[in-house]
Design a protein around this ligand. Structure first.
Ligand code: ADP
Ligand code: MG
Length: 525
């Protein structure tokens, strides 16, 4: 109708090309920029690496005044601001790392209207002094990055984020754009209600990363499996190997180095100089592999990471998606590779049961873990399971995950599950998987004899199968919540197991397969 929208679009595109050097918007970016630049609110759901920053940076340049960016990632603010400044954007940040006189300089620049963008930590923003300052300053918009932090259902709840409702109350006339990569229904509802975005348009871009091949396999001899994977599929490629503990990070890196692989260790126990060195080498050299705890990766934007490997289970699907999402940002074929086994499953369940977090937090974490373990045990297309978790349906199996490439056989293992549950219960709900396997296989070990378990009716009922099958059945029973683990790794039948023992519920379990390109090394425990 009027020429204004087109003119706005042209200005946006011009800035995109001259300041950022990108030829075009990606997906829904252009629509979001238009919406916010025109003064509207928006809720943006876009996967990690999707390009959320532009969705508030560009409108901040298009509108008069300063765009205020709320972000919990204080450690990244300086880098983000430096990058923007290099592009000629007048950016600054306000957080606890600034000295008082530095903070005052930033505040003065804001009041003078000399800033395009100002990054603020949430606790800083919420201080009465800052809110008063913002009322006197020319503000273009509020961007709430990592908006899932408002929600207890998010994997990263920050109580101060809930107080951001103050923005809608004190600055109702200014646009608010909330951005996150966590899209499940409950989180989305919390974001909308806290940030008063009930009526705001939602911009959802697909979470699918078709160039990433998802693979999950049985952990057998993890380091050797990893080495084979690297040598056979990614020789000389850059990659990230995630481990749970600092110790296993160090060990894995050392071991890979000894095999002639250019691997480095990264974890929070290293000095910041050491960590910077690792980051620099990873970013600037070709083919460096970083073994790291989850401390590594946030804000690291290396396009040609060819694989992300997990030697330990992530905490949630969100964590898994975020970590694997660091592979293949350039769109070229990449691999998300993970191995896990019975003891990992028992261990994560046990850690959760032991944590002294409040009950409701534990319940959330338990359901997140359930979702992840269901993904691990999936006998259907992994991408379908993954995308379904993020509220998206993929109509056809993807053809680019281990399940599609090498379909596991699914068997009715109800009888075996009953045997395993009954062995667990008959031995008093306190023994670990190794002992239960001995009982099922009818092995007269010292422990079996000492406990008198050779006299139980379940002793030896599982002789027709081998140890591998029993470990697999027990693992799946723990993964799927029929067994829980105590602090001493003892297993206990849960209320859910009644369905299988008494109510004729069938249990279809997958036969463990090894991944294509992986060899099976036998280990005796
Ligand atoms: P997110 O915050 O969603 O994780 P970022 O905003 O950090 O993602 O962007 C991820 C990467 O995508 C960055 O390297 C960024 O430069 C790049 N990018 C974003 N938008 C575009 C675009 N329109 N064209 C090309 N690259 C883009
Ligand atoms: Mg971001």
């Amino acid at each position: 109708m009027t020429a204004a929208p087109a003119a706005l679009h042209d200005r946006a595109l011009h800035l995109l090309q001259t300041i950022w050097g990108y030829p075009a918007f990606r997906g829904v970016q252009g629509e979001i920029v238009q919406q916010v630049a025109e003064g509207g609110n928006a809720l943006v759901l876009m996967p990690t690496g999707g390009g959320k920053s532009l969705c508030y940076q560009l409108p901040s340049l298009l509108r008069p005044g300063t765009g205020i960016v709320v972000s919990p990632l204080i450690a990244l603010m300086k880098d983000q601001v430096d990058t923007l400044r290099q592009n000629g954007v007048r950016a600054a940040f306000l957080n606890s790392t600034l000295l008082p006189h530095e903070a005052r300089e930033v505040e003065d620049a804001l009041l003078r209207g000399d800033l395009d963008l100002l990054y603020v930590a949430p606790e800083r923003l919420l201080m009465p002094r800052t809110l008063d300052l913002l009322e006197r300053a020319p503000v273009a918009l509020f961007a709430i990055d990592e908006a899932h932090c408002v929600s207890q259902w998010g994997h990263d709840f920050r109580p101060e984020y809930q107080q951001l409702s103050v923005l809608a109350e004190r600055f109702p006339e200014l646009p608010r754009v909330a951005l996150t990569a966590t899209a499940d229904e409950r989180t989305r509802a919390d974001i909308k209600s806290v940030l008063r975005l009930e009526d705001a348009p939602q911009f959802v871009s697909s979470f699918d990363r078709p160039n990433i091949q998802y693979r999950v396999g049985l952990k057998d001899s993890p380091k050797t499996q990893l080495l084979h994977f690297i040598r056979e599929e990614h020789p000389g490629d850059a990659g990230i190997v995630y481990c749970l503990s600092r110790k296993s990070v160090e060990e894995t890196a050392k071991w890979l180095q000894a095999q002639g692989i250019d691997a480095l260790a990264y974890h929070a126990g290293l000095s910041s100089t050491e960590r910077n060195n690792v980051q620099e080498r990873f970013l600037n050299e070709e083919g460096v592999i970083v073994c790291a705890t989850v401390a590594f990766g946030m804000g690291i934007d290396k396009p040609n990471v060819r694989f992300v490997a997990h030697l330990d289970l992530p905490k949630s699907m969100e964590g898994y998606y975020q970590e694997t999402g660091r592979a293949g940002r350039d769109g070229l074929p990449s691999t998300a590779w993970m191995v896990y086994g019975l003891s990992d499953v028992v261990n994560v369940r046990r850690m959760l049961a032991q944590s002294d977090a409040p009950e409701e937090v534990k319940r959330v974490e338990a359901s997140k873990l359930d979702a992840l373990l269901t993904y691990c045990e999936a006998a259907t297309c992994r991408r379908q399971v993954l995308l379904h978790y993020f509220g998206e349906e993929l109509s056809e199996p993807c053809g680019n995950c281990d399940v599609c490439l090498n379909p596991p056989r699914v068997r009715d293992l109800t009888r075996e599950a009953q045997m395993a549950l009954s062995a667990t219960i008959r031995t008093g709900n306190r023994f670990g998987a190794a002992h239960l396997t001995d009982v099922l296989l009818g092995r007269e070990t010292d422990k079996v004899l000492a406990q008198g378990h050779h006299q139980l009716p379940t002793f030896g009922v599982g002789k027709e199968h081998d140890e591998k099958l029993w470990r697999s059945v027990l693992r799946q029973l723990v993964s799927l919540g029929y067994l829980s683990a105590d602090d001493h790794f003892g297993l206990r039948a849960t209320g859910k197991s009644r369905g299988i023992l008494k109510e004729g519920q069938k249990l279809l379990l997958r036969e463990d397969t090894l991944l294509p390109g992986l060899e099976h090394h036998h280990h005796h425990h």
